[in-house]
Design a protein around this ligand. Sequence first.
Ligand code: PGA
Length: 252
Amino acid sequence: MRKPLIAANWKMNMLRWEAEELARSFLEKVPDLTEYTDVVLIPPYTVLDVVKGVIDGTNVKLGAQNVFWEEKGAFTGEISPGMLKDSGCEWVIVGHSERRHVLGETDDMVKKKARAALDYGLNVIVCVGETLEERESGKHIKIITGQVEIALSDLELETPHSLVIAYEPVWAIGTGKHATPDEANDVQGTIREITGNIFGDKATDVRIIYGGSVTPDNIKELIGESHIDGALVGGAGLKAESLAEIVKLSGE
Ligand code: PGA
């Protein structure tokens, strides 16, 4: 049985005082629920320490939004997996569509990041997803298959529960238009098949989650009517009430 995962990606939001207030207020609202659901807060690098200070001693985990694949050296502006661990992170997102489309991250870079992070013992959320144009032209399965196959190729998967694939259709991110359970199921099935081909039996423990306009109003429909194992939440994760509600509903 795969434990549901709710990960809140705060993106480029939150000053120190805001991060502290949000993390505190969220924790007050979900004091004892995380035994049913894994919960990860993923703030910007600049407030990792603030959030860590608030969640220390709870079941809520800390994550980062990106990582570089080298250990250290002349890579101005980059952060290594070891640095993330040193800052208290247990999770990291790689290949978010904003990094792919705004910052030009390629499938090959995503693969290197995923491998480096897993090698360092971080839990990794690999994001994949198609654009509206790709979906409308019926190419979405082909695009997602390519993204997943490249990201996971040659990966030694020692701890399958450390790997999470997030299906995040680009057209659903921040738009208020989420995928239907059927659409999520369809892609989830494809990803499940690919991970099975690559990892064999170990793939059973790999979680496949959904991201894109997840809110308290649609989380039950998405999780209950599909085979997805949780959600990567953007906008709704910036408010304690809505994030707490999503966590509660996902554990019911
Ligand atoms: P959203 O973002 O929930 O605001 O659509 C999701 C994401 O980008 O991970």
